[in-house]
Design a protein around this ligand. Structure first.
Ligand code: IPD
Length: 322
């Protein structure tokens, strides 16, 4: 595979260096605007970003699929069960290299770059938030849910979200204000308002500290005992969020995942009509490592009451270098 990937959209010429950005809907951040922007240009630019992200995610997915056929050398990061492979690193490099060729001024938050010591800092600048393989443990075991997740943020707000579930060949996409789609078909969250008729997704994560494990199990037990129809774990935060967006599960919550796991998925859920909140029901903070994505407020409120709260170190405060 080469670093240059095909895309059909016109060349991307806006997004010059500056302190903040005016978006297609006219909103802007509070910091100084140094150059007047043109909303329709910005709208076109975001479409270019979206088209490029989709092309890059599809190529990345091909690399992941090819790698699944061969041996996978497994290494560990923050704990003995926080896995990484050479494919994670290779795919992230390919994505970043390719995006840099087209958008040289853009910034990146990539799971493996951050693990290698790069800053995990979300600024107002256009930023690509990348998880090259969400579901690395699944990938290692050939458990068939593995995703490439690419979010694109401006003014700290996710504007484009792309999650490619490689083995299912499902391309989930969203642009803020323009809806969410899977392989081009519109997505809509479930209309269920009765939590007892719901399926809830959550994850065990990769922290094996006994106190943390107890809290995670306590929350799960509380949710199960509501009762709900079922509790599920896809093994990837991004796909869990796409399941909420698709209406297959009513909610997904987790404490401990990272910004790259949920940036793209958070937009896909909200554009499918769902809510993305903190696990305490307040406003979500993508760096806080806590998320609740739900189809509606009624379900969200029921789940919030069952979650045992704790605060892991924030992504932008954590020393990720191993
Ligand atoms: C992990 C997955 C998993 C979640 C973890 C994440 P990774 O991401 O999203 O579902 O429980 O918290 O770290 O390591 O496979 O990219």
């Amino acid at each position: 595979m080469t670093g240059k990937w095909e895309e059909t959209a016109p060349a991307f010429t806006v997004f010059p260096e500056r302190k903040s950005w005016t978006l297609p809907n006219g909103s802007q951040s509070s910091s100084t605007i140094t150059q007047q922007s043109h909303p329709s240009n910005m709208a076109d630019s975001l479409q270019t970003v979206m088209d490029y992200a989709v092309a890059v995610a599809r190529k990345a997915g091909e690399v992941v699929q090819t790698a699944l056929a061969g041996d996978r050398k497994v290494m560990t990061k923050s704990s003995a069960v926080d896995l990484v492979t050479q494919t994670d690193q290779k795919v992230e490099k390919l994505i970043i290299q390719s995006v840099k060729e087209k958008f040289p001024t853009h910034r990146f938050i990539g799971e493996e770059s951050v693990a290698a010591g790069e800053a995990c800092e979300l600024t107002n600048e256009p930023t690509w938030i990348i998880d090259p393989i969400d579901g690395t443990t699944n990938f290692v075991h050939s458990f068939p849910f593995v995703a490439v997740s690419i979010g694109f943020s401006v003014n700290k707000q996710v504007e484009v979200g792309v999650v490619y579930s490689c083995l299912e060949d499902k391309m989930f996409t969203a642009r803020r204000g323009r809806g969410a789609f899977c392989n081009g078909e519109p997505l809509q969250v479930s209309e269920q308002t009765d939590v007892h008729q719901s399926i809830i997704a959550t994850e065990f994560g990769s922290n094996r500290d006994p106190e943390v494990v107890d809290k995670i199990f306590c929350s799960m037990k509380n949710v199960l005992k509501l009762p709900v129809h079922g509790v599920r774990s896809a093994g990837t935060a991004a796909i869990n969020m796409c399941l909420v967006a698709s209406g297959c599960v009513e909610a997904y919550y987790e404490i401990g995942m990272h910004v790259w796991d949920i940036a793209a998925g958070s937009l896909i859920v909200s554009e499918a009509g769902g809510l993305v909140l903190d696990v305490d029901g307040g406003q979500v903070d993508l760096m806080s490592r806590r998320v609740l994505a739900a189809n509606n407020r009624s379900i969200a409120e029921k789940i919030v009451k069952e979650i045992v709260l704790f605060r892991p170190p924030r992504d932008d405060a954590l020393d990720h270098k191993q």
